[in-house]
Ligand binder design. Structure first.
Ligand code: PMV
Length: 352
C-alpha cells in the first residue's frame, strides 16, 4: 500500500501563507500520540477528562490552518481543498463561536485548513487540527493567551489538541472539580525528557476515516463498559509511572506502560455495549510483528488510538529495522517514521 498525503505539507503551507493579511493568521501544528491515553470525559461540554494523559508530539503529518475575519453572515470552512460540510464544519463553527465569545467579537471567519496526513483514521488529525485552529483563531481575533490558556482553548475543540500546543513529551492534567474550577485546572504543559529522542514507526494499515468517532466511542465506553472504571484507575498509576520512566529515560519501561495502557483502553471499547472495535486483522498482524521484534531483543512497543493503525515506539537507531520488518509484512501496511516534533506555531508574518 502506498501512503498518499491529502495535501503535501509544503503546498498547504504556501496556500495558507498566500491567504494571510490583516485580521488573519495562519498556524501550523503537529499531531501527538498519547503514551498514556485520554479516554473518557467527566464533563462533555467543557471537555474535562476523567484521567490525566501524556503524549509525544510528532514531526510528521502537520495541519496548516488560516483564519481570516470576513464581513459575511456566516463562517466558511475549506478542508483539504473542498468546502467542509456536516459534523466537521459544525465542530469548527462551534469552536469559532467559543473564540468569539472569549474575545468579545462578532465577525465571522473564513477558515482554510489542510492535513498533510490521513484524517479521522486514529492518526491524531483532530489534535493537530484544533491546535492549529486555536492558535490561528486566537491570533486573528486578537486574543492574547499564554501556552496554558491556549491549551485550555484547544481542549474545547478536541481534548487531545491541548497537548499539540507543545513539542516533545507533554502532559494534559485532568484537573479537579467541575465548571470554571475544572476548566482552569485542566491544561497541558511540556515536561522535557526530549533527550531520549525515541522514534515512533507509524504503521498505516487503513487511511480511511473511522465509522465511529472517538467522541462517540469514548461516550459509549464510559457509559456502558464494565471495565471502564478499572482501566481509568490503572491509567492513573500508568501516568505516574510513565512520568518517572521519562524522567529516568527508561525506554523499555515507557514502552511497556504505553502498550498496556493502549491495549487496556481497547479492552474497554471491546466491552462497551454495543462494542466498538477499531482493531483489524492487519492491526493484530502488526502487533504480532512487534512481539516478534521484542523476542529478538529489539526494544519495540506498540500503541494504538481510535483507529486500526499501530504506532511502534523504539530507539532512533532501531527504527529502520523496525520499519523494514513491518513493511515486510505485506502490501496491506506502509510505514512512516516520526521523531519528537515541535509545538504549534504561528506561521511567519501572520497574527498580530
Ligand atoms: O481528542 P479526541 O477526541 O480525538 O480523542 C483522542 C483519543 C485518543 O487518541 C484515542 C487518545 C489520546 O489521548 O489521544
Amino acid at each position: 500500500m502506498t501512503f498518499t498525503p491529502a495535501v503535501p505539507a509544503d503546498r498547504a503551507a504556501d496556500r495558507v501563507r498566500a491567504a494571510t493579511g490583516p485580521d488573519e493568521a495562519a498556524a501550523l501544528a503537529y499531531p501527538n500520540i498519547a503514551l498514556v491515553k485520554y479516554w473518557g470525559k467527566r464533563d462533555e461540554s467543557l471537555f474535562l477528562p476523567v484521567t490525566s494523559s501524556l503524549s509525544m508530539t510528532l514531526d510528521i503529518f502537520p495541519t496548516t490552518t488560516t483564519v481570516r475575519l470576513i464581513d459575511g453572515p456566516a463562517d466558511t470552512v475549506e478542508f483539504n481543498g473542498a468546502t467542509a460540510t456536516g459534523s466537521a464544519r459544525t465542530r469548527i463553527e462551534r469552536f469559532l463561536d467559543l473564540v468569539r465569545t472569549t474575545a468579545g467579537r462578532t465577525e465571522r471567519a473564513m477558515v482554510v485548513t489542510a492535513n498533510a496526513g490521513p484524517t479521522g483514521a486514529g492518526l491524531a488529525s483532530s489534535a493537530s487540527g484544533f491546535a492549529a485552529l486555536a492558535t490561528a483563531a486566537a491570533a486573528a481575533y486578537g486574543l492574547e493567551l499564554d501556552g496554558r490558556a491556549l491549551s485550555r482553548l484547544a481542549r474545547r475543540g478536541s481534548g487531545s489538541a491541548s497537548r499539540s500546543l507543545f513539542g516533545g513529551f507533554v502532559v494534559w492534567h485532568a484537573g479537579e472539580g467541575d465548571g470554571a474550577v475544572g476548566d482552569r485546572s485542566s491544561y497541558a504543559e511540556p515536561i522535557g525528557g526530549d533527550e531520549l529522542d525515541p522514534a515512533l514507526v507509524v504503521a498505516v494499515v487503513n487511511q480511511t476515516a473511522k465509522a465511529v468517532s472517538s467522541r462517540e466511542a469514548m461516550r459509549r465506553t464510559t457509559a456502558t463498559s464494565p471495565c471502564y472504571r478499572s482501566w481509568a484507575d490503572s491509567s492513573m498509576t500508568d501516568f505516574t509511572e510513565m512520568r518517572a520512566a521519562i524522567a529516568r529515560q527508561d525506554l523499555p519501561a515507557i514502552g511497556e506502560i504505553a502498550e498496556r495502557n493502549a491495549l487496556g483502553m481497547h479492552a474497554t471499547m471491546l466491552t462497551a455495549r454495543p462494542a466498538v472495535r477499531y482493531l483489524s486483522p492487519h492491526s493484530l498482524a502488526v502487533l504480532d510483528a512487534v512481539l516478534a521484534l521484542r523476542a529478538d531483543g529489539i526494544t519495540a512497543y506498540a500503541t494504538i488510538d481510535a483507529g486500526p493503525n499501530v504506532k511502534v515506539l523504539c530507539t532512533r537507531a532501531d527504527a529502520p529495522h523496525v520499519a523494514a520488518t513491518i513493511d515486510g509484512l505485506g502490501d496491506f501496511v506502509t510505514t512512516r517514521t516520526a521523531h519528537i516534533g515541535p509545538g504549534a506555531t504561528l506561521l511567519p508574518d501572520t497574527g498580530r
